[in-house]
Design a binder for this molecule. Structure first.
Ligand code: GCB
Length: 572
């Protein structure tokens, strides 16, 4: 269903009262799908619009689909979607970074032209996913921002599908892999809509038959298994057959374990060398683009990176499929960040309200985070590239109530997936003496900006302080430490012989300093640099044209730090 849809911004919130779904949308605006709408038109009002926008298209399924089950699927509709097929509401969904689908068999007429309308709201609250908040400006408009450092792009960000299956069909497939010596064990579990027999066949990467079984749940044995390894994403193919339906799942056999201070993949210590990134680019905003995705992965490979954190939300499934095929190690993050009012967001007078106090994140927000973890794990659990769930970015982990807020999220993740470790990323305001939640998690993940927000311009002190803090974490926890973020902003093209803040040289020096400290510390299991590329944020005095901590500019040109890192990562 991708392509150019009709579009109308609902500035006066008239769409519902005027039943915009029941006829052609007013106006003549076209909008590409997938894409964010914000930067598509030279229109400031649309860019910063808070409220509803409407998308509309038509579908004419072939008559040969008669008698089949027809499904309408949205891979990502940011953030709050209501979908009509003709005059009927077909679906409602909250959370723009995870898919939803709906059976529209009874709503669509095959061979006819069917109108499909989507109303999207980008209004933020503490329980929206991602969370944010709004305020009324002195000029009388509503302004809002995420409680996190990225622009609130909105739109039909990912592919939209209309597909058909047999009426009696496969609903879901879950796989888990284990190793017994050199034998791989694949536990599979198929959910079906009826009660006929399920059969499965496992093929190797060349299509050769490996093993087969009958039944909706069983274990397949793979003698002398070819393992999925970082950098070498070997995939088997599980073909599931159920009546007239057939579905295939790529399967990578590998194990993950945290053993004391080591992060083990297939029993071998793994050192993370990678980045955090944003789904962000000029014009299309957060809209998924296969060309950009392949290019970015190619640049990651050029850097010598072996891993990626899906900052700060679930990525499109195409990205995880790519990582599976190419052996890129992924830390998969929910959109539940930042649950933190101790960081300064938006205009206010007086001290910040307490993060988990009456004006902050309460039970509704916690339930939204639990749901976000559940939906993420249910979507991504079959991907071998995913080695850990990141359940929150920089929550207020030093605050009263942090433990009560985070513990149910951790419990949900562990119940759904006992095979993968879980983490959250720690903010510098919560050093080991103040943190209240790290014992709930498997790894110590630190976002650290010594040399930028702390000790800016003074790398000698930055290095001493970083070392000292790592020692304090290592003293307290027998867990691997991962530097999940580090870096400095740089203006591409700004140079000095003596590195000073904002130059490309200074950015390189900060990243090199953290690398040196990390390599010399035996509790540290790796370094992720923030960020892969420059990206758009809300407007702020510290964000000239956005966050400039990219190794690449927003249009993917390398800065000095990219060459530096490539030298270190390719050579080491
Ligand atoms: C962080 C956040 C990230 C920000 C970054 C920064 O710790 O996790 O979203 O963009 O700092 O550059 O301030």
């Amino acid at each position: 269903m991708d392509g150019v849809w009709r579009f109308a911004a609902d500035y006066s919130a008239a769409g519902h009262a005027e039943r915009w779904w029941s006829a052609e949308l007013p106006g003549t605006v076209d909008m590409p799908v997938p894409a964010s709408y914000n930067d598509l038109l030279p229109d400031e009002r649309l860019r910063d619009h808070v409220g509803l926008v409407w998308y509309q298209t038509h579908a004419r399924p072939p008559r040969s689909w008669e008698g089949r089950r027809i499904v309408l699927r949205f891979d990502g509709a940011a953030h709050d979607a209501t979908v009509w097929v003709g005059d009927t509401i077909a679906a409602r969904h909250t959370g723009g970074f995870l898919p939803f689908e709906v059976d529209v068999t009874d709503l669509l007429a095959c061979g006819e032209r069917n109108r499909i309308t989507v109303a999207l709201s980008n209004e933020l609250s503490f329980s929206s996913m991602p969370p944010g908040r709004s305020h009324r400006t002195p000029a009388g408009t509503v302004s809002q921002a995420l409680t996190a450092d990225y622009f609130n792009y909105t739109g039909l960000h990912r592919h939209v599908w209309l597909y058909a299956t047999p009426a009696d069909h496969i609903e879901d497939v879950a796989v888990r892999t284990r190793l017994d010596g050199s034998t791989g064990l694949i536990d599979y579990d198929v959910t079906i809509s009826g009660s006929a027999e399920v059969s499965v066949r496992l093929r190797d990467a060349q299509g050769g038959h490996v093993s087969s079984a009958v039944g909706a749940a069983s274990t397949l044995e793979v003698p002398e298994a070819h393992l999925w390894e970082p950098g070498a994403g070997y995939l088997y193919r599980l073909e599931v057959e159920y009546g007239q339906d057939i579905y295939e799942v790529p399967v990578g056999i590998r194990t993950i374990e945290v053993d004391g201070r080591r992060f083990l993949i297939n029993g071998k210590p793994f050192t993370f060398k990678g980045v955090g990134r944003h789904e962000d680019s000029p014009i299309r905003g957060r809209g998924h683009d296969d060309a950009l995705m392949v290019h970015d992965f190619a640049l990651l490979d050029w850097l010598g990176a072996n891993s990626l954190r899906t900052t700060h939300y679930p990525y499109p499934e195409e990205a995880l499929d790519y990582a599976d095929r190419h052996g890129v190690v992924v830390i998969d993050e929910t959109a539940a960040g930042m649950v933190n009012l101790a960081m300064d967001f938006g205009p206010r007078t007086g001290p910040p309200p307490e993060t988990f106090g009456p004006e902050g994140f309460g039970a509704e927000a916690r339930d939204a985070c639990v749901r976000a973890a559940r939906e993420l794990i249910e979507r991504d659990r079959n991907h071998p590239s995913v080695v850990m769930w990141c359940l929150s970015n920089e929550p207020d982990s030093a605050a009263d109530g942090a433990r009560e807020f985070l513990a149910p999220i951790v419990a949900e993740a562990r119940a759904l997936d006992p095979t993968r470790p879980v983490c959250f990323t720690n903010v510098f305001l919560a050093p080991p003496e103040r943190d209240r939640i790290t014992d709930l998690f498997d790894m110590v993940c630190l976002n650290r900006y010594q040399g930028w927000y702390v000790n800016g311009g003074d790398l000698a002190s930055a290095e001493l302080e970083l070392r000292a803090e790592l020692d304090r974490w290592a003293e307290r926890y027998d867990k691997p430490i991962l530097i999940t973020e580090c870096g400095a902003d740089s203006l591409a093209g700004l140079h000095e012989t003596a590195p000073t803040m904002w130059t490309e040289e200074y950015q390189s020096a900060v990243i090199a300093m953290v690398a040196r400290v990390a390599e010399q510390h035996d509790a540290v299991a790796g370094q992720h640099v923030w960020s892969f590329a420059d990206f758009l944020t809300r407007q702020e005095v510290i964000r000239p044209g956005g966050n400039l901590k990219g190794l690449f500019t927003r249009d993917r040109k390398p800065k000095a730090a990219a060459f530096d890192l490539r030298r270190r990562w390719i050579e080491s």
